[in-house]
Ligand binder design. Structure first.
Ligand SMILES: CCCCCCCC/C=C\CCCCCCCC(=O)NCC(=O)O
Ligand SMILES: [Zn+2]
Ligand SMILES: [Zn+2]
Length: 516
């Protein structure tokens, strides 16, 4: 082909290619612009640069409580690992999509459903150098028979400044406060610097194996490591200390282990008119009675609780403050005094509760099987094996069989020194949102939480809900008349609104003056 003709053909081909590339670029740009607009992506001109004040309009505050009420009305009850209200769990997923549209439509937030009903949100921050953290909560609740309730447990009714219902403290309040705080931040054009995850479990009350544990495995498979986790598991404790009116915040830096243990006695059935000396029910009843009469050893002596007691000493008048500040000398006395109160008792020892009893087939038949299920919560100074040995030694009856339904050791103690970012961010936010709270102490969660499934992703697990809890309210958790004040819920949401912004810091926490 003559050179000139070749050159003309070559130039024509090159021109065609450039036109195609330009056209493709134009189309992509158009698509990107469309997607950005529709998905709420904010250009840097929208980048939030200054702090967003946690002030909310009357309409926003009304919406906060109404959305919580709506959540309470969905009966997301879990009965066992195999039995929970799947339609309610699915309905709850639809509900949060409806009431938090910005959370679900923001381009830097990814939502995934895990284990069919749990929710994982990945909120991508603008500074990838900052290690992400996680906010944890759950929306399943324990059953709530209506007997004893002032209002129906799933009505979500508001009365005298309180929203009533199962889950108002454990733990739909946290689920809704987290999502609502994020919704309001996004509406105010907030973009986080530090990425964070929100994990909302659907089966925390029945082990978390299908929710939180699967979310943990998913994040581990993605190579995620977390700076810290914040979950339920303690509160601002108000009225728990004798002679002290001041509330204090306890951040649980560990949680007890647990054993669900079934005791069983089998016996040949027969006519009740000619009974044996003891039936299977009598044998099991005597065994569990011995267990109830033989408390586990008092383990008060070292660890976060002692730190808490010493930090609280200043709340007490002379000479109590001297006693509490010198546990090396008065520890045995203090431990004896603490075990007199059922909540404090749960802090100083492994507890045992007989929670289920199944036996008998008919009034005139000797019962072939008797079963007693006991729920043990293991103090951090003990192990599953030690507790099982203790139980078998107290039962001391070969006719009683032991079946461990599930068990896990106490959780490690998370750091709570000046360099512990998560702990210090909580302390900092507590003192800015709750100025009346002057003491923040470490503690032990006497119950269990979904956070125990995340020890593979971080060592810094903190269990704390920014809600004032009174001893009466404590009784309502898994009990009757669970409720949260409207003001208390608003403040919980405000706390999270502040905490998320506080977590954007890349400075190491500012050391604080120790309370001691
Ligand atoms: C001097 C210190 C006084 C401390 C008083 C401690 C009061 C205990 C406060 C909160 C504990 C309750 C936490 C609520 C979360 C419950 C989570 C749950 O139900 N998990 C399931 C389970 O454990 O079975
Ligand atoms: Zn809970
Ligand atoms: Zn619970």
């Amino acid at each position: 082909v003559p050179a000139a003709s070749w050159r003309r053909g070559h130039v024509r081909n090159m021109a065609r290619r450039y036109v195609c590339v330009l056209a493709l670029a134009a189309v992509l740009l158009l698509v990107f612009a469309t997607v950005s607009r529709s998905k709420g992506l904010r250009g840097r001109e929208h980048q939030q640069t200054s702090r967003i004040p946690s002030q909310f309009s009357k309409e926003e505050r009304v919406a906060m409580k109404e959305k919580l009420k709506g959540a309470i009305q969905i009966p997301t009850v879990s009965f066992s690992q195999e039995e929970y209200n799947t339609s309610a769990l699915a309905e709850f997923g639809e509900y949060i999509r409806k009431v938090f549209p910005t959370v679900f439509s923001t381009s830097f937030i990814q939502h995934e459903t895990v284990g069919n009903y749990s929710h994982l949100f990945t909120v991508q921050g603008s500074d990838a150098s900052l290690q992400p953290y996680m906010l944890l909560a759950h929306f399943d609740v324990v059953p709530a028979p209506t007997e004893g309730w002032e209002v129906p447990p799933f009505s979500g009714l508001e009365r005298e400044g309180f929203i009533h219902g199962r889950g108002t403290l454990d733990n739909k309040n946290s689920v809704m406060a987290i999502l609502h705080a994020l919704e309001l931040l996004l509406i105010r054009n907030y973009i986080p610097r530090r990425s964070f995850f929100i994990s909302l479990g659907h089966d925390e009350e029945v082990s978390g194996m299908n929710g939180a544990q699967k979310i943990s495995a998913l994040l581990q498979a993605r190579g995620v490591q977390l700076a810290f986790i914040v979950d339920e598991g303690s509160f601002i404790l108000d009225g728990f200390l004798p002679n002290s009116k001041k509330p204090f915040a306890m951040i649980s830096v560990s949680e007890k282990g647990a054993i669900n243990l079934r005791l069983q006695v089998n016996m040949t059935p027969g006519h009740s008119a000619a009974p044996p000396k003891e039936t299977s029910i009598g044998i099991i009843a005597a065994a569990v009675s011995r267990l109830e009469q033989t408390p586990m050893p008092n383990m008060f002596g070292s660890g976060p609780l002692e730190t808490a007691v010493q930090q609280l000493a200043s709340e007490f008048p002379f000479p109590v403050n001297i006693v509490l500040s010198n546990l090396w000398l008065f520890g045995p006395l203090v431990s004896r005094l603490m075990e007199r109160n059922y909540i404090m008792n749960a802090l100083v020892r492994t507890t045992m509760a007989l929670t289920m009893f199944n036996a008998g087939v008919k009034v005139n038949v000797i019962p072939p099987v008797a079963q007693a299920t006991i729920n043990l919560r293991i103090h951090p100074a003990q192990t599953v094996q030690e507790v099982l040995e203790f139980v078998k030694n107290v039962v001391a009856d070969d006719r009683v069989q032991f079946h461990v339904l599930n068990a896990f050791d106490p959780l490690p103690i998370s750091p709570f020194d000046d360099q512990a970012l998560g702990y210090q961010l909580l302390r900092q936010t507590i003192q800015s949102v709750f100025p009346e709270v002057s003491i923040v102490t470490p503690g032990i969660c006497i119950s269990n939480t979904d956070s125990r499934h995340f020890t593979n992703l971080t060592t810094d697990i903190y269990r704390f809900n920014p809600v004032n809890l009174h001893p009466e309210s404590f009784k309502s958790i898994h009990g009757i008349n669970e409720k949260i004040s409207v003001q208390g819920y608003e403040t919980q949401m405000k706390f999270i609104f502040e905490f998320i912004q506080n977590a954007d810091t890349d400075e190491q926490p500012v050391p604080h003056l120790h309370e001691l």
